[in-house]
Ligand binder design. Sequence first.
Ligand code: PRX
Length: 670
Amino acid sequence: MSLHLEARVSDPTAGGLENLLSEDRRFPPSAEFAAQANASADLYSWANADRPAFWGEQARELLTWSTPFEQTLDWSDAPVARWFADGRLNAAYNAVDRHVEAGRGDKVALHFEGEGGDTRTLTYADLQREVSRAANALTSLGVTTGDRVAVYLPMIPEAVVTMLACARIGAPHSVVFGGFSAEALHSRILDAEAKLVVTADGGFRRGAASALKPAVDEALAKGAPSVEHVLVVKRTGQPVEWTEGRDVWWSDVVDTASDEHTPVDVEAEHPLFILYTSGTTGKPKGIFHTTGGYLAQAAYTHLNVFDLKAETDVYWCTADVGWITGHTYVVYGPLVNGATQVIYEGTPDTPHRGRWWEIVQKYGVTILYTAPTAIRTCMKWGEEIPAQFDLSSLRVLGSVGEPINPEAWMWYRRVVGGDRAPIVDTWWQTETGAIMISPLPGVTETKPGSAQVPLPGIAADVVDDEAHSVPDGSGGYLVLTEPWPAMLRGIWGDRQRYVDTYWSRFRGLYFAGDGAKKDEDGDIWLLGRVDDVMNVSGHRLSTTEIESALVSHPWVAEAAVVGAADETTGQAVVAFVILRGDSEAGDLPAQDVQTTLRNHVAKEIGPIAKPRQVLVVAELPKTRSGKIMRRLLRDVAENRQVGDATTLADSSVMDLIAQGLSTPAAASQD
Ligand code: PRX
């Protein structure tokens, strides 16, 4: 069974849930699990009675405030919320120091597993010293409260330490995933006007050292007047170019700094971080989150959705800190809750395909949080691989990033969870900051493929084109109907774009950009994006951004990009291009043209955006008003019968495309 998201995404009200709903098994919580669960059903009624008061209670209970707040929600400047606005706190103090002060300094915070097998263990006391040193070093490099710091690092402890050091001095971090190109890094540094870039010589990826510093050098060479220094961690030992006066080694300034540092108290609404994500236009959006509300919801969701028992659990979220999942469920949620967790630098198949399961066995991981793509990849590799390892420690399994098809859900439950561990399919976004829709383990009877219910304290609905709530059994658009503590406070430097993007489609409702359906019980099933955003391996990519990258190549006259259903990655990028008549590309073999253009996209945006296929065509299907009909291109990309083409300006275009594609060299794949 594979997901055919696109057909449903292009028209979420058209049905097509058969695939998902064909799995009708239900999994009630076991009595043993329910008896010990953190969450209970009465959380829903408690939260419903008074949402802001409920969140106020969570924020008081789960966080330590230097100045307690009196206010809960201030929605007077809607759609920009202020939560707990008269309170003050420090995020790093909450994530680290208070655990040490409470006598838990010897508890392991991070078990780091390098790809090559090197390991490091950091207790909360170690983390406090490291973060304090880094905070002192940042200060010595001229970074003060309010300055932005760009972070471009592999998944190593220094990434966590840097983020917390920024939080400690109230300098918002802007983490850029290490897989993004110099070009992408440059635009993010410029937009945030970062004062400092923290990077490494490189990281280990698929058994080899992969350089990072050259991308920073290239980005800064394009001009970035705000950047004063580049702080470089030595990870791989590969040679690096050095700009005297600008570049400094981590070992020179952090390792030698004092390990005493007083965290800077900030207002609850002080920006904690900016994280760029793809939208429907070419320019990535700097989503920004503030401190108090974000931390409260991060801690609350981490505690209840994963049933965290800080004393005994070993938690592992496989996300990179370059994504929101890494921010909320590697850094802030688990550390604020005092958890012990695993972080792993590399890929699941290096040096062998059992690597993840070996790590679960080695550390006795009890809670695992990962993406459907990873699960489907492991399914493909065969269940005999996980069967070689002892996975009996696992007691809660999480899924995030894209809809999980029931087949993958069932495999996850049976092969990884031993038919015992509850699965939580968690829906949320960079913008929501924390989990919004998910079963609660020990409470919810789970349904394979559905994220099911808004968490206590969260109000969501599915609406039709006119913003009317659809009845159970119908589909429409997912909206959030009440403000929530971890909601984005805007798009960095562009309030209007924030209002236009999220609050204009349906007045007074937050439009998530996802199609969804309510089943007969009112449970929510996510159907994928309804806008020009693709989801490849759980990563958000914009069709427009990739099209812009393609047309920036001198050979390309026009480009249209679609997300085509893919068995493993959920969606895959398929590009259709028209070449310029005068370009030399016409004389080259089709294969070379495709390889060049695929590599060009990787260079412009990053390898994650590389199209699976680049198809050279003579025409693109357009309506009379000139709009590209991506729906028809998706049909082609998914090898389907092409749908209704009657609105095309020139109806012979699809025949032309189909003819062109029947030549064997038209498709290429790595
Ligand atoms: O389409 C939804 C999908 O991922 C989008 C958000 O992407 P991003 O901001 O990168 O954050 C990903 C990690 C939180 C959503 O609009 N998505 C995320 N989780 C799920 C999901 N789709 C279905 N089911 C999920 N559990």
